[in-house]
Design a protein around this ligand. Structure first.
Ligand code: HEM
Length: 439
């Protein structure tokens, strides 16, 4: 057996399988695979209780004040678009600490999170031009049910049940978690090691001793894993229709310079949680068979806008460069397009929810394919926005019932191909308040 192809799986598939499985044996196998390939040079000094790091260490002073401020530490493509890290895990957690939380519990959570920041660099480490994320990016968000237990719920954070109801879905699909921790990296073992350290499953993290964990404060209640990146869905999914180069399972890249809002736009600007953001987190099932029953032209029209020339978009959105091509007039003309083309596009519809400056209100950079559901692929969708109302307003524009024209649901963007399996709403406080906040 070659060390980079354990159990006969190709190396990339192996790492993704390990991230999906989780736990310490997956971690050691994954580390073995990635150490030589991705570890590399590291100038960190070690002391007596530390050992040599495998991956570059982080610097606490270099981590931004907003947990969601990842932009300066994300890889950029040649058009300046942000490229999301390939591996993603959203860990759902139950709060097991005191009500209200004690100073000691708060210190334990903060120390555990700081260890992640000391052990691994923040994303690319701020290295413009970095080809991949050798470090970790993460954010910890709290659900209304946590805030309700320990004090009061901050403005702007709606319950997941009310979000589901507002978008016409079953409230029973609401997450029961008290908190969610979203972790991403291009390196599976960085992500798995960070998770294992937080839950007390390893003694050291990239050579640093693990002295504080979430144990007794949070227990793990669920794990939602996704991956994204050119070629990965075709490689991994059992569906021959997915284009070879597509970064996501529906075939197109997602997230262009023009339609991802700035981090300031999605930051809470007043009140006790100023500097934080809200997280909409969901797992969706995608009916890929039905989606690919349609030709390339139909799919392109339904994903973007039927008035656009599919040749300008390209097979995977690759021809668009740094701009989705969707304009104010595309957003305003959905009815006219419905009449003219008999179909309307997802992107032009959601662009209707942009603000007065025609800036999108939700920031999507933690999306990924998951293959753990019945009948095809799932999708991990995690967006950040100032308030959950921004998410609800945006999500509602996808619903065919919100429109007066009578385009059939299957030709109305992508809504009809998606089924919500779970949905949660969380608030990620600013970094200085991220450990067991109380309002
Ligand atoms: C499987 C699920 C989904 C896929 C594959 C998908 C894919 C895409 C693609 C390819 C685009 C155009 C390119 C770009 O990102 O700029 C887009 C735009 C967008 N999508 Fe989705 N999407 C999905 C679900 C959602 C959901 C659930 C929402 C939530 C409301 C959403 C909100 C948006 C927004 C806000 C834009 C940008 C619109 C603008 O230009 O203002 N998407 N999506």
């Amino acid at each position: 057996m070659r060390s980079d192809e354990p159990r006969g799986l190709p190396r990339r598939s192996f790492v993704r399988a390990a991230v999906a499985i989780g736990g310490t044996s997956a971690l050691s196998a994954c580390l073995e695979t990635e150490r030589d390939r991705l570890g590399g040079e590291n100038s960190a000094q070690t002391t007596s209780d530390e050992s040599e790091p495998t991956f570059p260490r982080g610097d606490l002073d270099a981590v931004p004040a907003g947990q969601h401020r990842w932009g300066a530490s994300l890889v950029r493509d040649s058009h300046g678009n942000t490229v999301p890290p390939q591996q993603l895990v959203a860990v759902g957690m139950t709060y097991e600490g005191s009500v209200p939380p004690t100073d000691d519990e708060r210190a334990r959570v903060e120390d555990a999170l700081r260890l992640l920041e000391r052990a691994f660099q923040w994303g690319t480490g701020g290295n413009a031009g970095a080809p991949f994320h050798r470090g970790l990016l993460f954010m910890l968000g709290y659900a209304p049910r946590y805030f309700d237990q320990v004090g009061s719920v901050p403005d702007g954070l709606a319950t997941p049940e009310s979000v589901l109801e507002a978008v016409g879905e079953d409230p029973a699909k609401a997450d029961g978690y008290d908190a969610v921790l979203i972790l991403t990296s291009d390196i599976g073992s960085v992500l798995l090691a960070a998770e294992a350290a937080l839950f007390g499953e390893v003694d050291e993290l990239n050579g640093l001793p693990v002295e504080s964990t979430f144990e007794g404060v949070f227990s793990k209640a669920g794990r939602h894993v996704g991956y994204v990146g050119k070629g990965l869905p075709a490689d991994k999914l059992d569906n021959e229709d997915v284009p070879e180069d597509a970064p996501l399972s529906m075939g197109y890249k997602s997230g262009f310079r023009d339609n991802l809002p700035s981090e300031d736009r999605v930051t809470i600007d007043e009140g006790p949680m100023a500097g934080g953001t809200t997280i909409a987190s969901s797992t969706l099932r995608i009916d890929l068979d039905r989606w690919y029953d349609q030709g390339q032209e139909e799919r392109t029209a339904e994903m973007f806008c039927p008035a656009h020339d599919p040749d300008d978009i390209g097979d995977t959105g690759d021809k668009l460069g740094g701009d989705s091509g969707v304009t104010e007039s595309d957003a305003e003309n959905v009815d006219a397009h419905a009449e003219e083309y008999g179909r309307v596009g997802h992107t032009q519809k959601v662009a209707r929810a942009r603000d007065d400056d025609f800036e999108a209100r939700i920031l999507r950079r933690t999306e990924g394919v998951a293959d753990t559901v019945r009948d095809g692929a799932a999708f991990q969708f995690n967006s950040i926005q100032e308030t959950m109302a921004d998410f609800v307003e945006t999500r509602k524009t996808m619903d065919p019932d919100e429109y007066d024209h009578d385009v059939p649901a299957e030709d109305h963007g992508i809504d009809d191909y998606l089924e919500t399996l779970r949905r949660g709403s969380y608030l990620a406080p600013p970094r200085e308040k991220r450990a067991l906040p109380v309002i």
